[in-house]
Design a protein around this ligand. Structure first.
Ligand code: AP5
Ligand code: MG
Length: 215
């Protein structure tokens, strides 16, 4: 399995695709958003610092994110199985820092327009126990029983606090202001970037991802 990055706007499908890969591979899934939410829940110093940025739809400062990812990449599961990064890097400085700490084989960019994203963000529910992601507006991605996880039957699904219309607008603008220079940075290396049409069905995007990763 190559070391790769899932890159895309809020709601593009990064976490959902990572979940598909995890079903058949032990590769380490490193989602900076998930790490922050865990730290917020546990009340750690990182969580306390990150919360106000996340609630405002802004990026957590590079120094905090880079330190957290460095620590995560140093763990044994990454040494053994490699990594898939979800939501990192998001700035040029993060991309340069990653270059110093790890070898990256592929950057997968999920292309999707703003108008398709809002419905995904507002319809997203997830399981606090196993992390499975659902969407109530999509028949393919709906839970079997409303509000309950298909796998952890007694668990109620939850909605992220930043998944509202106002914060989505801010997250989208943040993405627009940072994404181009990160993609341009990676585009300089021939063959590093692979693009997936993120507007298509889940099975289509998974197939395209597998082709890019040669799985
Ligand atoms: P993070 O948690 O990474 O949020 P995000 O980038 O806004 O992305 P999302 O998790 O919202 O979307 P996703 O692409 O994972 O989509 P998903 O698969 O869930 O970050 C949160 C915050 O943390 C940031 O705003 C920032 O403050 C901070 N942060 C994180 N990383 C940082 C960094 N590197 N630097 C600084 N700050 C950082 O899918 C969305 C919905 O769509 C789901 O309901 C799903 O079921 C549905 N869906 C998925 N695929 C499809 C499909 N093909 N068709 C139809 N529906 C689909
Ligand atoms: Mg996500």
């Amino acid at each position: 399995m190559p070391n790769f990055v899932l890159f895309g706007a809020p709601g593009a499908g990064k976490g959902t695709l990572a979940g598909k890969i995890k079903k058949f591979s032990p590769v380490a899934h490193i989602s900076t958003g998930d790490l922050f939410r865990y730290n917020i829940k546990e009340g750690t110093p990182i969580g306390k610092e990150a919360k106000s940025y996340i609630d405002a739809g802004k990026l957590v400062p590079d120094s905090v994110v880079i330190g957290m990812v460095k620590d995560r990449i140093a763990l044994d599961d990454v040494k053994e199985h490699g990594f898939m990064l979800d939501g990192f890097p998001r700035t040029l400085d993060q991309a340069k820092a990653l270059n110093e700490i790890a070898k990256l084989d592929v950057v997968v960019v999920l292309d999707i327009a703003k108008e398709d994203l809002k419905k995904r963000i507002l319809g997203r529910w997830s399981c606090p126990k196993c992390g499975e992601i659902y969407n109530i507006y999509n028949d393919e991605l709906k839970p079997k029983v409303e509000g309950k996880c298909d796998k952890c039957e007694d668990t109620n699904l939850t909605h992220r606090s930043d998944d509202n219309e106002e914060t989505f607008e801010k997250r989208w603008n943040t993405y627009l202001s940072q994404s181009e220079e990160v993609i341009n940075y990676y585009d300089k290396t021939e063959g590093l970037v692979g693009r997936v049409d993120g507007t298509r069905t889940m099975s289509y995007t998974e197939d395209e991802l597998r082709k890019i990763l040669k799985l």
